[in-house]
Ligand binder design. Sequence first.
Ligand SMILES: O=C(CO)[C@H](O)[C@H](O)COP(=O)(O)O
Ligand SMILES: [Fe+2]
Length: 224
Amino acid sequence: MSFDRSIKIAPSILAADFANFGAECAAIEAQGADWVHVDVMDGHFVPNITFGPAMCAAIRPHIKTVMDVHLMIAPVDPYIDAFAEAGADIITAHVEAGPHIHRTLQAIRGAGAKAGVALNPGTPAAAVEDLMDMVDLICVMTVNPGFGGQKFIDMTAKIRALRAMIGDRPIHIEIDGGVDPTTAPLVAAAGADVLVAGSAVFRGGSVSDPAPYGANMRAIRDAI
Ligand SMILES: O=C(CO)[C@H](O)[C@H](O)COP(=O)(O)O
Ligand SMILES: [Fe+2]
């Protein structure tokens, strides 16, 4: 995976048809998705449960681009190898998920994946200041994690602070939650390059009628 600073759209399959994940991944890629974002929730770190490494391994053959795995679980470390073996290109852990995020990021890279760190809306940019040499991606949550379809929380000041902190290092800034044609231009202007969008991409479409996925992604790109 080479570094690319251009704007990328990463549809979250949290908004896909849960009975059809493989076909949904293929459909969003065919419609122009740059990455596929996979939300793993444990009912403990966040108040919702989704899926684990076996599901990631099952959808991996249906993803040609990048499988971007967002872990909303605690603890993280016991599961890193399983998600790496499932084919995750990027594994993102929350800074709030445990006391040893530095060790977690080392373990993610050690398992052969790119390392991401996520910040909840209530966590300041300064929480990752000493991790700049440990991360490939910083995920700024613009909702409180746990559910799709929530209202965007403005984190543009945090994104600007992170962009300044990153300087010319090859680190992505990913935005997750409530991204749509109205909010995407704000976060892109602040310095984000990866836009996760669930409901705004999947609305109106299906595997048998995937054209709305493409139109929804074009609407986001055109708005930026
Ligand atoms: O991590 C997440 C929620 O915790 C999801 O990736 C996010 O909410 C995307 O969904 P939407 O675009 O519908 O807000
Ligand atoms: Fe996510």
